[in-house]
Design a protein around this ligand. Structure first.
Ligand code: FPP
Ligand code: MG
Length: 276
């Protein structure tokens, strides 16, 4: 155990950190807050290796980290959280690891919808976005149960991308759009961004405001390629996902809120100048 982790075991220190986190969240809520945030939860296996844990335990630690971040997101008023839980490419990993992630997904999806857990407390509708046909039957049952049981929740959304890649999402959206165009006898030249967007898996979510990737790797890995447009802040952070604590995310939210406030002020000043 590191010295910092040891200090954190003291109840007084825990009380102070909890109080500080509440204070920071209150400050965040006073400014603009992103509506839609996405996470690439990278670094679970490196975390396991460093801590001399099994790979499965690294992914479990990754889910615990996600649970803390989700609590914070919904508490500060973020409406939609989208997470990269499993890439279609991840099927190329050793079978034992794929099975472990599937089992974590199955149990944790059911845990999220327990009475008193995150979906219930924050009114979250859970949606699983990706290739259904690639999900094993027992996991699919948990997927359907979690989405069905929360479908009437309207305060927030959790998009679990599983198994997902952006290029697959874009290709499927193209197929659906073209089928629509042919069925309705429309001109193919009428296909535009809006039409494609209406057939994408994130069609029910607001535009993506912020994309966060942990572990120091600076690439998108086929995630939110369409959604990470010019108004989306992309944040690369060099800690591993299981070590991504709410205070790190708080800092990103404060920075985002400040940037948005400055932009708004600038727009207002320009509008005033035009009026004069
Ligand atoms: C990336 O780290 C992480 C994953 C491929 C799996 C993440 C899945 C979870 C945390 C479970 C989510 C479950 C629900 C229900 C939302 P990595 O394996 O690429 O680690 P590395 O970069 O160190 O190799
Ligand atoms: Mg990785």
């Amino acid at each position: 155990m590191s010295i910092i982790s040891w200090i954190r075991t003291f109840p007084l220190v825990q009380f102070f950190l909890g109080w500080a986190q509440e204070l920071i969240m209150a400050i965040i809520k006073t400014g603009p807050v992103p509506q839609h945030v996405a996470f690439v939860m990278d670094g679970n296996r490196r975390f396991a290796r460093r801590q001399k844990l099994e790979v499965r335990e690294g992914h479990s630690a990754g889910f615990e980290s996600l649970a803390h971040i989700l609590e914070m997101c919904y508490q500060v008023g973020i409406k939609v959280v989208t997470v990269y839980a499993f890439s279609i490419e991840n099927f190329k990993r050793p079978a034992v690891e794929v099975d472990a992630i599937m089992e974590i997904a199955r149990t944790k999806l059911l845990q999220l919808i327990h009475h008193g857990d995150i979906a219930d407390r924050y009114g979250v509708s859970v949606r699983v976005l990706g290739q259904r046909s690639l999900i094993p039957p027992d996991v699919l049952q948990a997927v359907d149960q979690s989405t069905d049981m929360t479908k009437n929740n309207e305060r927030a959304i959790l998009n679990v991308c599983f198994p997902y890649t952006s290029r697959n999402d874009i290709a499927t959206a193209m197929q659906l759009t073209i089928t629509d165009v042919v069925d309705k006898g429309m001109d193919p030249n009428d296909i535009d961004e809006k039409m494609l967007e209406q057939h994408m898996l994130t069609k029910d979510s607001p535009p993506l405001d912020m994309l966060v990737r942990t572990s120091g790797v600076e690439r998108l890995s086929d995630f939110m390629l369409w959604q990470a447009h010019q108004d989306c802040s992309i944040e690369f952070v060099d800690c591993l996902w299981p070590e991504f604590e709410p205070w790190r995310f708080s800092w990103m939210l404060l920075k985002w809120g400040r940037k948005k406030s400055i932009e708004k002020q600038r727009r207002e000043m320009e509008a005033e100048r035009k009026e004069i």
